[in-house]
Design a protein around this ligand. Structure first.
Ligand code: BES
Ligand code: ZN
Length: 456
């Protein structure tokens, strides 16, 4: 039976597949930093070549930002599209890495071997998980099981500025029966998952200016307005004592989950003690009266991601700064409107400004939450295929993160997204020492082969 032969091929080719992934991980394709522009281009070239080695007609498509990679191979049966991103997050703070983030290696750990390096899990490892399944399929059967379009982006980690125009322009080429997205996680190491809910994201940066220049805090302190104090008061007022967000109208469009979904999530027996314990915490810190999974998957948030102002260097300086700034992100759910929230947030901040202060806002993107239709029988088929590979049956889950392209597939090409991924909570994506478990890579490749088999 050809699936068994493909699975055997995946097992025997794992060392070579790992070498290929390490090669891709060596390319420092940090999309947000212009210093790495050429590297993003190199990563796109690497992927074009790799797809071509599978017989896929692939090309690099320039955009005003980093290039897209598109490839297509004809075949019978359903037309699948596969999306992944080849760009990675910056590596800062570099001193917290135990090794060079772009000199990846396979490391033995008490929990098993891991592939360590920037992008190992998010998203190069996950992208190659799908490509390797195709490679094994082709090696065994001489052809892929159906028509597949490959679509790799190089700007996902920096807000995807070129994505919507590109998708509009290549609408026909990107239309498929199903869009497979490999950028999410397992529920846990035993339970694979199809993610059906993603939170949206609104990014806002604000800079408050008080005095026209930095001042001596002894000469002026007490009499002059300090913008860090103004900013701190504004930030402190964004939540009430029960953890609710105070921006007017913020909860418009936030639904309560259905009893059915609540029961399904309760059935997952999520161990929030272990989840928090892994990162040195013990108590939930979200809205009162909500379960941990609700807080992560179905409730909106407002978080301060960065704050700066005054003297941040070593030592001490008695300064009363001219400016203070913060980067704030809102995770959105249900039908919350990012643009209405942006306006309301800006008005709230502006209304709170005391005399002699001004504020400037900088927009860092806005995307709505997504809830995806699972009525297509392909979902149950894929769920069964995943259940065949992992110890426990696959679950439909939510995700606290944001993958705006999932919504673009629905709105621009009318294609249903199916989000399957093999990351784990402790992969440290976006952080120092990112890793992808060898188990995720190996069983992930096997899972994709099973899913391809089930869908075709
Ligand atoms: N792969 C992540 C999304 C993700 C996060 C999936 C956590 C599963 C668990 C993706 O690359 C990402 O980081 N997205 C950004 C949003 C983007 C618009 C910058 C995010 O969620 O912060
Ligand atoms: Zn990602």
């Amino acid at each position: 039976m050809s699936l068994d032969a493909v699975l055997a091929r995946i097992d025997s080719d794992l060392p070579a597949a790992t070498e290929r992934l390490l090669e891709l991980l060596r390319i420092p394709s940090i999309s947000t930093d212009p210093a790495f522009k050429a590297d993003c281009d190199t990563a796109a070239d690497w992927l074009v070549k790799d797809l071509q080695s599978l017989g896929v007609e692939a090309a690099k498509h320039p955009t005003p930002g980093h290039p897209m990679v598109m490839g297509h191979i004809a075949g019978d049966g359903p037309h699948l599209l596969f999306y992944g991103h080849y760009d990675v997050q910056p590596v800062d703070p570099l001193k917290l890495w135990d090794r060079d983030p772009f000199d990846p290696q396979v490391e033995d750990t008490p929990k098993g071997p891991v592939i360590r390096g920037r992008g190992a899990a998010d998203d190069k490892g996950q992208l190659m998980t799908f490509v390797e399944a195709c490679r094994a399929w082709k090696a065994v059967n001489g052809a892929l099981p159906c028509a597949i379009t490959f679509f790799f982006e190089g700007e996902e980690e920096s807000g995807s500025p070129s994505l919507i125009p590109f998708m509009e322009e290549h609408k026909d080429a990107l239309k498929a029966d199903l869009a497979l997205i490999c950028d999410t996680g397992l529920f846990d190491s035993r339970v694979p998952a199809i993610t059906t809910m993603l939170r949206g994201l609104l990014g806002e940066e604000l800079t408050i200016t008080g005095p026209s220049k930095d001042l001596h805090s002894g000469m002026y302190g007490g009499a002059a307005r300090n913008p860090i104090r103004v900013l701190s008061k504004i930030i402190a007022s964004l939540h009430d004592d029960t953890g609710r967000i105070t921006v007017p109208g913020f909860y418009d469009g936030v639904p309560e989950i259905s009893d059915e979904l609540r029961a399904q999530w309760d059935g997952l027996n999520f161990d929030h003690g272990a989840f928090l314990g892994d990162v040195g915490l013990s108590q939930l810190a979200g809205e009162e009266g909500r379960s941990a999974l609700e807080m992560l998957w179905s409730r909106p948030t407002c978080e301060v991601n960065g704050i700066s102002g005054g003297y941040e260097g070593d030592g001490f300086k008695t300064v009363l700064p001219s400016k203070a700034s913060a980067k704030i992100s809102f995770r959105l759910v249900g039908d919350q409107d990012p643009f209405a929230i942006r306006e309301s947030f800006r008005k709230m901040v502006t209304d709170m400004l005391p005399p002699d202060c001004s504020v400037e806002f900088h927009d860092h993107g806005a995307s709505k939450a997504g809830q995806f239709d699972t009525s297509d029988p392909a979902f149950e088929a894929a769920r069964q295929a995943l259940s065949d590979e992992w110890p426990d049956p696959a679950a439909y889950i939510g995700c606290g993160g944001s993958i705006p392209i999932a919504g673009h597939f629905v709105n621009i090409t009318g294609t249903t997204p199916m989000l399957i991924g093999f990351g784990k909570d402790d992969d440290q994506i976006h952080s120092p020492n990112e890793k992808y478990d060898m188990e995720s890579f190996h069983k992930g490749i096997r899972s994709w082969a099973r899913v391809l088999d089930a869908l075709t």
